[in-house]
Design a protein around this ligand. Structure first.
Ligand code: NAD
Length: 300
């Protein structure tokens, strides 16, 4: 059986498919119409985030039995169309949890010591020792909004650093590393707030003006989850007013975010949606998706 690899994945993943007697074919960067043309020849397809597995692709895939997405979100796969045709959809939601948690932790250290701002200043020939007096994370309170896979990995690491960890998650009653609290308590008591929730109707703009007003002065906000869970205009105002000391963002309401109102503020730290972009995370995602696609084709 043939498997189309339409976005780059680890070579170890290709080896897994080959050693299971499958025939993986790497054809990355296909235009939508080219994908529709080639898809009838395949029993499975493996994508990351670039390939859009639309209704048209699924309908053209006459032999398609499985769609594998190496990564978390399934925004680029028309799941309803796949379900209608009885095509299995698999993904690897846990493969990059540690990578994202480590980025959030990196954002916390960056905010505490203002490492990105100090880098810019020092390279510009300034020697601003006084300006860059920072804070320790030890003894501070971290509030995690959404304590699932990534939130839990962050809670473990923050606990190990001597932080007090609170979490707001209406779907979780108890947690080993975090004290579950209500939303307002988390806002009022946290020195650092890190979001690790999916974007849903319930979580859209969960951090809005009313939420910032309840926070401690000088709070640090970290969003390595999804654009849209933070009201970016309200965040801009809160940073400008000094309510939020540092905002660190990996994700944005509109991506790619090549220009953004928040970019003009020195106290905003930004990265281009790189939470899952680590060698280990991508290797894990590739290997796991190859195994899942192999198993689904064996069952078919
Ligand atoms: P998860 O499903 O394991 O955890 C999400 C948690 O959020 C769950 O415990 C759930 O109960 C909780 N939750 C749902 N609605 C909530 C609400 N209204 N209020 C508070 N909590 C709520 O997901 P995960 O794997 O930990 O991923 C978390 C987020 O990180 C997702 O949005 C995911 O898309 C994002 N993510 C970002 C990157 C990146 O590159 N920056 C990479 C991977 C994942």
């Amino acid at each position: 059986m043939r498997v189309l690899i339409s976005d780059p994945i680890a070579k170890e993943a290709i080896e897994i498919l080959k050693s299971s007697g499958l025939e993986p074919v790497e054809q990355t960067g296909l235009a939508p119409e080219e994908l529709i043309k080639v898809i009838p020849e395949y029993d499975g397809i493996i994508v990351r985030s670039a390939t859009k597995v639309t209704k048209e692709v699924i309908e053209a895939g006459k032999s398609l039995k499985v769609i594998g997405r190496a990564g978390v979100g399934l925004d680029n796969v028309d799941r309803a169309a796949a379900k209608e045709r009885n095509i299995k959809v698999v993904n690897t939601p846990a493969a990059t949890s540690i990578s994202v948690a480590e980025l959030a932790l990196g954002m916390m250290f960056s905010a505490a010591r203002r490492i990105p701002q100090a880098t810019v200043s020092t390279k510009a020939g300034k020697w601003e020792k006084k300006k860059f007096k920072g804070f320790e994370l030890f003894g501070k309170t971290l509030g995690i909004i959404g304590v699932g896979r990534i939130g839990t990995e962050l809670a473990k690491r923050a606990t190990a650093m001597g932080m007090k960890v609170l979490a707001y998650d209406p779907y979780i009653k108890t947690h080993e590393q975090a004290q579950i609290v209500d939303f307002d308590t988390l806002l009022k008591e946290s020195d650092y707030i890190s979001l690790h929730i999916p974007r849903t109707d319930e979580t859209a703009h969960i951090l809005n003006k009313a939420a910032y007003d309840k926070m401690k002065d000088g709070v640090v906000i970290i969003n390595c989850a999804r654009g849209g869970v933070v009201d970016e205009d309200a965040l801009y105002d809160a940073v400008k007013a000094g309510k939020v000391r540092i905002a660190a963002m990996d994700v944005y309401e509109s991506e790619p975010a090549k220009e953004h109102k928040l970019f003009s503020l020195e106290e905003v730290i930004v990265t281009p949606h790189i939470g899952a972009q680590t060698a280990e995370g991508q290797l894990r995602a590739g290997v796991q998706i190859a195994e899942l696609v192999r198993d689904a084709l064996k069952e078919a």
